[in-house]
Design a protein around this ligand. Structure first.
Ligand code: GTP
Ligand code: SPV
Ligand code: MN
Length: 600
């Protein structure tokens, strides 16, 4: 008997019969068990122990070369009907999927141990917590889940009957042609097979935390979003909470850990972190939107993390951290990646485990020739973060004043604009477009529509998801203001025009002022844009005209974008809410008017 919960035991038995592990081990959350698993993983080469004087409790893991990112084309939502999964998700009939994956799971854990990981999303026992149990044959998954979520026997005590998400994961033989990440919302089940990469196998994260949670949230009246949560404390001590949704690898971790420029620090501004990837949002009794971060750690992008861009992240990963697919300094037993402060190690071992020198780098084949994979990551405990807000521990979460949408766009989207309200804001979210990144397999740098930064993560039909946003808005008597930002606009030479990172505080300042009914704004066809002097650029080395360019709205480009959005709406189909179609009509009309009728 593994647990005292008969439903959990029955299900474990069923999965063990299928996968045939040599033994079944319950993860109790103890340090002793964790340490034994670390030692075992080091003995098999699954983990490499880093220099414990310089990086205590830190390990390096290398995944299979064909298994370095989420696989959207192999991710399925298995609802009874295809229509429920919607146009964007891959769908498979639940019975067909179970049959197909049963063949892959059969005997897949022979000679291995099946670990039983009871975990909680949110504070165990709190009103908003959800529980899951993940069965896996990977020690890497166990050790990562111990960091990313709250794990252990105390979670089992919170689970009543079958009130938990059933997650079954097996590395099997990592065959990429038989890799599946399958979700069964109707039975609250996830099956993942033939992968060892984070987003595919840490079933708490995108699988439960976003896909199943968004499905549940629709029926239960709350939202699961791909959003960071941060706190800004003003010089007078007043605290404001902000959520921001950017697509994968587009700056959530960086914004969540932002350190204000010196000028703001001197004035007394403080920015603190509550979460960097997932928010669960509810309508509070006060008519405001309240957010919790259900996770307990960071699974963050390593490349680009340096003392100029994100000192808080660097301080977070100097202990008790698992690094995946970064570069090893073979002399020092430390880690390195592109964008690190240190020069490349003399004896560098790349993410594939081969000797590496800087002259091997070819920017036309970044993933193949960089020392650290572009989607290499760190898995670090949230409590390591120097900027962690005490409000992270509030079971009811924090009230949100602003929601910021964003994307990675070389052109079109200005540095920042404010929408006219919840409905227009929902529209702006539905219209996010962003260049693809290394966080998912496939081409990098291609602009695609990524509504609310949730394209790969909505567990049902996108049109109904937008309707859910509108419905939530109607229940908010004091909704957050909704903004859109773009840190990634480039000039004619392809260089970023905005310095970004800590300097994004200047944009946050305008956003916070707007939330308080202050700060100037100019009405444009797309929304409210700051006047040229509305964003404090003092002390920045911006070339003349840059701010004007950053804030400009290119009518012709926006009209092209509207046409593309119209196609996207028709692709999604007749579930797209009328209210959003009218917003699109209105935007197009305003753009035509601004173009002086020459386009109409
Ligand atoms: P996921 O974990 O995949 O959901 O990503 P994320 O949204 O947390 O992205 P993250 O903060 O890790 O940033 C990803 C990449 O964007 C890194 O290479 C950063 O260096 C880069 N980046 C983040 N913020 C900025 C910014 O303000 N300006 C520029 N130019 N790059 C940025
Ligand atoms: C993302 O891709 O948005 C991530 C990393 O946060 S993963 O957990 O792999 O999805
Ligand atoms: Mn993410």
């Amino acid at each position: 008997m593994i647990t005292r919960n008969a439903r959990i035991n029955e299900w474990i038995d069923e999965c063990a019969k299928l996968t045939c592990p040599d033994s079944v081990v319950l993860i109790d959350g103890s340090d002793a068990q964790r340490d034994a698993l670390r030692a075992e993983a080091c003995s098999t080469g699954e983990l490499l122990k880093l220099n414990q004087d310089l990086l205590p409790g830190c390990y390096l893991h290398r995944s299979a070369v064909n298994d370095v990112a989420r696989v959207e084309d192999r991710t399925f939502i298995c609802t009874r009907t295809k229509a429920e999964a919607g146009k964007i998700n891959n769908w498979m009939d639940p019975d067909e999927c179970r049959a197909r994956l049963t063949r892959l799971f059969r005997g897949s854990m022979k000679g291995r141990t099946m670990y039983v990981i009871p975990y909680s999303m949110g504070i165990p026992g709190s009103r908003f917590a959800k529980y899951g149990v993940e069965l896996t044959d990977s020690i890497y998954v166990v050790l990562s889940m111990l960091i990313m979520t709250r794990v252990g026997t105390q979670v089992l005590d919170c689970i009543e009957g079958d009130g938990f998400t059933k997650g079954l994961h097996s590395k099997a033989d990592l065959d990429e042609n038989e890799r599946y990440i399958a979700h069964f919302p109707e039975t609250n089940t996830i099956w993942s097979v033939n992968s060892g990469y984070g987003g595919n196998v840490l079933l708490s994260k995108k699988c439960l935390g976003l896909r199943l949670a968004s499905y549940l949230g629709r029926t239960e009246g709350w939202m699961a979003e791909h959003m960071l949560i941060l706190e800004v404390e003003a010089p007078d001590g007043h605290k404001t909470y902000v959520c921001a949704a950017f697509p994968s690898s587009c700056g959530k971790t960086n914004l969540a850990m932002l350190i204000p420029p010196e000028k703001y620090r001197k004035l007394g501004y403080k920015v603190r972190t509550l979460g960097d990837d997932i928010s669960w949002l509810r309508v509070g009794g006060d008519g405001r939107l309240w957010a919790i971060n259900p996770e307990h750690g960071f699974f963050g992008v390593a490349p680009g993390t340096g003392s100029r861009s994100n000192p808080n992240a660097l301080a977070t990963v100097d202990r008790e951290t698992i690094f995946t697919n970064v570069c090893l300094d073979a002399d020092k037993g430390t880690v390195w990646w592109e964008g690190h402060d240190d020069p490349p190690p003399v004896h560098a071992v790349d993410w594939k485990g081969r000797p590496w020198t800087p002259d091997m780098y070819d920017k036309r084949d970044k993933a193949g020739t960089s020392a650290a994979h572009p989607n290499s990551r760190f898995t670090a405990p949230i409590e390591n973060c120097p900027s962690l807000s005490p409000a992270y521990f509030e079971p009811e979460g924090v009230p949100i004043s602003a929601i910021i949408f964003g994307g990675r766009r070389a052109h079109t989207a200005p540095l920042v604009y404010q929408t006219y309200g919840w409905r227009h804001g929902t529209f702006a979210g539905s219209a996010i477009a962003s260049e693809t990144t290394a966080a998912t397999t496939g081409a990098v740098g291609v602009v695609r529509r990524d509504p609310m930064a949730m394209r790969p993560f909505v567990g049902y039909d996108m049109g109904l998801y937008w309707q859910h946003w509108l419905d939530i808005g109607r229940r908010l008597s004091n909704p957050p203001k909704i903004f859109h930002v773009n840190w990634f606009r480039t000039d004619a030479e392809g260089r970023f025009m905005w310095p970004g990172y800590g300097e994004n505080m200047r944009v946050l300042e305008w956003i916070l002022a707007r939330c308080e009914g202050k700060g100037d704004a100019v009405s444009t066809p797309i929304g409210l844009v700051p006047p040229e002097d509305g964003i404090d650029a003092s002390g920045l080395d911006l070339a003349p005209g840059t701010m004007k360019e950053l804030l400009s709205v290119d009518t012709a480009a926006w009209l092209r974008d509207c046409a593309d959005l119209r196609d996207f709406y028709s692709f999604i189909g007749n579930t797209v809410p009328d209210e959003l179609c009218r917003e699109l009509d209105g935007l197009e009309r305003r753009l035509h008017a601004a173009a002086g009728g020459k386009d109409s």
